[in-house]
Design a protein around this ligand. Structure first.
Ligand code: ADP
Ligand code: MG
Length: 761
């Protein structure tokens, strides 16, 4: 029996999935594997675990596990379900890579897909689970795909043992044939249940022209128009990255402040104080609104483009009310008017992206202060993972920022590309959850028609060495025979296997026989004892190798810290961003100067310096921990607080992992860790070289300098083009002869990041 509050009960009853409870539970009771498809917001994530709980699936010591591809979703969904069920976090809990609140009382556990994959390694049968729900399967994240492959084998094994496990695959789209029609995966086609979402009509408005690059500016103008002219209802804007999100937030807050000196309610107290002020605004606004309500057709539903006249229709709407007493901007949106601050129309602007602190993310679920309109400026996280209440207008720039990897070299670059049609429709759907909505696409319908239908599964797009090591540790030797929903390209498999052989994680095939046989053998190497140790560390194989080597000369605490810092990424705040005002430009410059100065200090002296950027990471973490790892210290020294917390957790986790392999190591996380000695720094560079051996680069010699493009450049084994030390590196000016790098990122040039000087044999 679940004791829900009346408000929760009322909200639940509105969810389309509640009407399907009986059908869903019957299907689950009668089938080992069930697929549930339902629009985002229909209630899959929050309700299905509750159905199972109420049906008694947790009554005999079994637990319900739900995987999410994103941490944000794992954390916030566990909180939401605990609240709906009126149960404590001890019972409805979450586990993500660096943290969790699970207990022995936990009965419903939300986790990232990576966490469950690690658990499969410890207990292949996942004995403690009664039910596994794979959520957001349509996102096709790499770990989700692998889990589905593994579970296709685990479910029959559990059946044989007489301890049946239920598998539920949930998807926001009906595109599930990679799972259901893949006979290597599931022998019999699992039933697919479709939840009819009560999706209200969403009118899609295409831009007539597609802006060439300034889609941010276009977003701004569109939000201004909506806010000035359309009835109440939240606005959700899709942009591509954190910097863009912040810059649009700033611009909008300036245009529609809801209180003096507002930082958009970053503080709840501030917010309360302004409530009174807002009430006044609201009153005056209501009166105005009565005369200015535009007439728009709320029943016009068109997710597929009908015509390109929507921009014009907007203009007509504008014309209709042009004669009213309110000053409306009717132009194409370029006028000065919009930049003018207008505090009579308060807009409550909130950012939303994955790296944002959880308590700030949680704000989007709360109602906006009275008298204000909510405007959430988000990255892709808002597409399917989170449902923000009260959204009526969606502004879609049509782009997404993605990391692209070269299949062979692993060189990555972030690129902003067009989204898929499926994504665009998901985004539009966010507007019709509670009432009819509108989606403004800042591109033409012709451009939309050129979008690819769906985006490719992640597993086909990135290096797979970490995945292959995990699979080998599960004794899946012939990776090529694994029932992938979509297999990775053969060259990616071969590159991964080659790297793992080079790292000593796999046993090399005997060099006999014909070439073809050899190559086939290469794709089915068994794991080595070293590989087994490496697979127990929750980091990439290159870093795991470094850990495995670091027992010598008491280097472990340093390697653990360096590896944690390299894994967490983005330790430092980004100050090279466009500023809203001159004042801010000066502020950012000052902060950047301070950070550069600190980095020089963290880089140390003598042979410590040769460790380069890795010494900077080590020094930064050391200094931060020494000071107690406070938000204040981070703020003052240009460190990202959230990253520092993650590093602390990962250090703890890696320390435990190392202690369990070397039981006599007796390691602990020392907040007052001393810097390494000169000798240790030299050992550390050798350890780093052992892990990043294939990431070696040599400075181009003077006599080789035929072309100017090779000035200050480095040569690597894999690339024909010159690579450079990134300007943010402490080794940027020193240009050592040999370096290893953490990664190469392509921007204007090929840049090495995370650079250390080494001396190869
Ligand atoms: P689905 O998984 O099908 O996309 P969810 O179960 O995530 O749907 O969401 C169902 C409903 O619950 C949504 O309409 C959303 O408004 C509401 N909801 C989810 N999380 C929260 C939250 N943290 N606060 C308030 N409402 C929420
Ligand atoms: Mg969901």
């Amino acid at each position: 029996p679940v004791d829900r509050s009346p408000e929760i009960q009322e909200a639940r009853l509105k969810l389309p999935i509640l009407a399907e409870e009986q059908v869903i539970m019957e299907a689950i009771n009668e089938n080992p594997i069930v697929v549930i498809c339902g629009e985002t917001g229909s209630g899959k994530t929050t309700q299905v675990p509750q159905f199972l709980y109420e049906a008694g699936y947790t009554s005999s010591n079994g637990i319900i596990g739900i995987t999410e591809p994103r941490r944000v979703a794992a954390v916030s969904m566990s909180q939401r379900v605990a609240k709906e069920m009126n149960l404590s976090h001890r019972v409805v809990s979450y586990q993500i890579r660096y943290e969790g609140n699970t207990t022995d009382e936990t009965q419903i556990k939300f986790m990232t897909d990576g966490v469950l994959l690690k658990e499969v390694q410890k207990d292949f049968l996942l004995s403690k689970y009664k039910v596994i729900i794979i959520d957001e399967a349509h996102e096709r994240s790499m770990y989700t795909d692998i889990l589905i492959g593994l579970l296709s084998r685990i479910v029959p094994l559990r059946e044989k043992k007489g301890l049946p496990l239920k598998l539920i695959i949930m998807s926001a789209t009906l595109r599930v044939e990679d799972f259901t029609e893949n006979t290597r995966l599931f022998a019999g086609t699992p039933p697919v249940l479709q939840v009819d979402a009560r999706q209200f009509p969403v009118t899609v408005h295409f831009n007539k022209k597609t802006p060439l690059d300034d889609y941010s500016g276009e977003c701004f103008r569109k939000v201004c128009k909506i806010h000035r002219m359309l009835p109440s209802g939240g606005i959700l804007v899709f942009l591509t990255g954190q910097a863009e999100v912040h810059s649009l937030c700033r611009r909008l807050r300036k245009a529609f402040p809801f209180q003096k000196n507002s930082t958009a309610g970053d503080d709840d107290d501030e917010r309360k104080e302004s409530v009174e002020e807002m009430r006044k605004f609201k009153k005056s606004r209501r009166r105005k609104k009565a005369t200015t309500l535009p007439r728009i057709n709320l029943d016009n539903y068109a997710v597929v483009p009908v015509d390109e006249g929507d921009e014009d229709r907007d203009a007509e709407t504008d014309d209709d009310i042009a004669g009213s007493d309110v000053d409306l901007d009717l132009g194409d949106g370029d006028s000065e008017e919009e930049e003018k601050s207008d505090s009579s129309l308060p807009l409550y602007v909130l950012p939303l992206y994955s790296l944002l602190a959880p308590e700030k993310q949680a704000k989007v679920f709360r109602p906006p202060p009275p008298g204000t309109r909510l405007c959430v400026v988000a990255t892709n996280v808002a597409e399917t993972s989170l449902t923000i209440p009260g959204i009526k207008y969606v502004v879609d720039c049509g782009k997404v920022k993605k990391r692209f990897y070269d299949k062979i070299t692993g060189v990555s670059s972030f690129r902003v590309t067009w989204i898929s049609q499926a994504s665009a429709n998901q985004r539009a759907g966010r507007a019709g959850r509670t009432e009819p909505g509108h989606c403004y696409r800042l591109y033409s319908s012709a451009v939309f028609m050129d979008f690819e239908k769906f985006s490719a599964p992640e597993i086909t797009k990135r290096p797979v060495e970490d995945l292959i090591l995990q699979m080998k540790a599960l004794n899946i030797e012939k990776v090529i025979n694994f029932p992938f929903p979509t297999p990775p390209p053969t060259e990616a498999l071969a590159a991964a296997e080659e790297l793992l052989i080079a790292l000593g994680a796999l046993k090399e095939p005997p060099m006999t026989g014909r070439l073809k046989e050899q190559q086939a053998a290469k794709l089915s190497c068994p794991i080595s004892p070293l590989g087994r140790v490496m697979a127990t560390f929750p980091v990439a194989p290159r870093y795991a190798k470094m850990l495995a080597l670091s027992r010598q000369h008491d280097c472990l605490p340093y390697t653990i810290t360096i590896v944690s810092a390299m894994t967490v990424r983005e330790l430092f705040e980004e100050f090279d961003r466009p500023a809203a005002s001159e004042e801010e430009t000066v502020k950012l410059k000052g902060k950047k100067g301070r950070l550069v100065q600190m980095q020089r200090i963290w880089a140390g002296q003598g042979s410590l310096q040769k460790l380069g950027d890795l010494m900077v990471m080590l020094g930064a973490v050391g200094a931060c921990e020494y000071s107690g790892c406070t938000p204040k210290f981070c703020e003052e020294n240009g460190l990202r607080y959230k990253a520092m917390l993650e590093i602390r957790r990962l250090r703890g986790q890696l320390t435990t992992a190392v202690n369990s392999v070397c039981t006599d190591a007796g390691l602990y996380v020392d907040p007052k860790m001393k810097p390494p000695t000169e000798a240790q720094a030299t050992y550390l560079r050798q350890i780093v070289l052992a892990g990043l051996g294939d990431h070696l680069a040599r400075r181009v010699q003077a006599e080789e300098l035929l072309d100017d493009k090779w000035k200050n450049a480095y040569k690597t084994a894999l690339l024909d083009d010159p690579v450079f030390i990134h300007p943010s590196s402490v080794l940027f000016k020193q240009l050592p002869e040999f370096v290893v790098y953490q990664e190469i990122v392509e921007t204007t040039k090929l840049y090495m990041k995370g650079v250390s000087a080494v001396e190869p044999e």
